[in-house]
Design a protein around this ligand. Structure first.
Ligand code: DQA
Length: 147
């Protein structure tokens, strides 16, 4: 099973951006952890980060037929990008949305994700571990469907 892990705007600054909220691990470290967690679950993980909505949508489209599922931290796009919602819906792959922080416990405008309704699951507020949980969930789904 091949999984695409996508990180959206400003997540390239992980490690230096609000470490009290997002933790001290850099994006490179997080992506490396995802590859390791994935390998332990028998998953092949590829990673992508962009600050550009269109580039993220293009990469999701590109995952069709190449990847089996997606882990997506949309960053702030979660709160307003209907285009990203529609892309998630359009690719017809299971997408697990992840947020490092608990978006429901911060500013009011952050509490809602417009992308969530198109996702198979949403995991928030678990830090980097949320990515591990998302990968585990997708691995379990795959096993269940193979049975
Ligand atoms: C985030 C939460 C978003 O509200 C924020 O804009 C981010 C990171 C998170 O991982 O907690 O960039 O997606």
């Amino acid at each position: 099973m091949r999984i695409l892990v996508v990180n959206g705007p400003n997540l390239n600054l992980l490690g230096e951006r609000r470490p009290e909220i997002y933790g001290t691990a850099t994006l490179a470290e997080l992506e490396q952890s995802c590859r390791q967690w994935g390998a332990a679950l028998g998953l092949e993980v590829e990673t992508f980060q962009s600050n550009h909505e269109g580039a993220i949508i293009d990469r999701l489209h590109d995952a069709r037929g190449r990847c089996d599922a997606v882990v997506l931290n949309p960053g702030a796009l979660a709160h307003y990008s209907y285009a990203l919602h529609d892309a998630v819906e359009a690719i017809a792959l299971p997408v697990v949305e992840v947020h490092l922080s608990d978006i429901t416990a911060r500013e009011e405008w952050r509490a809602r994700s417009v992308v969530s309704p198109a996702c198979a699951a949403t995991i928030t507020g678990r830090g980097a571990d949320g990515y591990r949980e998302a990968l585990a969930l997708l691995a379990r789904r795959d096993q269940a469907s193979a049975r």
